[in-house]
Write a protein that binds this ligand. Structure first.
Ligand code: BV8
Ligand code: ZN
Length: 243
């Protein structure tokens, strides 16, 4: 198997998707055929879906909070913690996953680019998002205790822009001019959702080296210079040479 060399001249940007959490027992989107209770996920995870039926959306996220609460990080998450310890500020992990497993594994330089399942905000006022593990009984929509409006998970829904601070942090890392060589590794992602699916092209434009670790071919596999097919929990622990 080709080895990813992480030496003192390397800076590494990692992008993860649902596949990295699969071995922890978190269902993937493709694994669910993109459906939840026969609703296309894009329909439930959208402002329109919330406008139309907020109780349904809260049932979706309450179920996922319950599911994600009792899972544990797997060896794929742990390998990324070791790489970060080796590279320090020459490491950045951006994840499409909202399960918080990277942070639970010990990763620090993490961008939750699509938000976090265990944080809540108000749909109707600008109060600060807050940590929240509460699961709501079916049919209920929690109310905001500062404006009385509807609370919603602090998650980036389809049709919503990602946080500009997150996009800037990723952009700064990709375009950094500090004499290091840029390496990008995507793991456990089908490359179907944008702007995450376009990161490989931004890195190529910046002259970076590109790796994909995935169980099956992704929508953008041909955009990567290296494709290592396999389970991230088995591949990531042995993929990198830390020198
Ligand atoms: C936006 C939070 C501006 C919610 C999520 C350009 C072209 C086409 C469409 C668009 C475009 N630009 C924008 C769009 C629209 C849209 C989009 O991309 N639509 C897709 C469906 C075509 N993008 C957006 O709306 C984004 N916002 O662009 O705003 C704007 C606004 C208006 C109009 C235009 C532009 C916001 C996107 C974020 C949405 N929120 N999540 C929640 O989680 O509930 S996306 C969600 O789905 C996940 O976060 C993730 O991003 C995606 C699922 O993908 P993956 O994580 O890759 O998971 P998947 O199951 O698909 O694949 C898993 C892979 O792992 C598989 O390949 C499998 O083989 C592999 N695998 C499985 N097990 C393992 C494994 N690999 C290794 N090891 C294993 N063990
Ligand atoms: Zn409010």
């Amino acid at each position: 198997m080709e080895q990813l060399v992480l030496d003192s001249r390397t800076r590494l940007l990692v992008l993860t998707g649902a596949g990295v959490s699969a071995e922890s027992g978190v269902p993937t989107f493709r694994g669910m055929n993109g459906l939840w209770e026969n609703h296309p996920v894009e329909a439930v995870a959208s402002p329109q879906g919330f406008q139309a039926d907020p109780a349904l959306v809260w049932r979706f996220y309450s179920q996922r909070r319950t599911g994600a609460a009792d899972v544990k990080p797997n060896p794929g998450h742990d390998a990324l913690v070791r790489w970060e310890a080796h590279l320090g500020d020459r490491f950045l992990l951006t994840t499409q996953n909202v399960d918080g497993l990277h942070t639970r594994a010990g990763s620090q330089r993490v961008v939750d680019m699509h938000g976090n399942l265990f944080r809540t905000k108000c749909a109707d006022c600008r109060r600060e998002p807050f940590d929240d593990t509460s699961v709501h009984p079916s049919g209920t929509v929690p109310k905001c205790d500062s404006c009385g409006g509807r609370l919603r998970p602090d998650i980036v829904w389809f049709g919503e822009m990602l946080a500009s601070a997150d996009l800037e942090r990723i952009g700064e890392f990709v375009s950094r001019k500090d004499g290091t060589r840029l390496v990008f590794l995507a793991a456990g992602t089908s490359g179907a959702v944008w702007p995450a699916a376009g990161l490989v092209d931004e890195v190529r434009t910046a002259g970076g080296e590109t790796w994909l670790v995935n169980y099956e071919s992704a929508a953008n596999t041909e955009r990567f210079q290296h494709f290592v097919q396999g389970l991230s929990g088995q591949v990531l622990p042995t993929l990198a040479k830390l020198v």
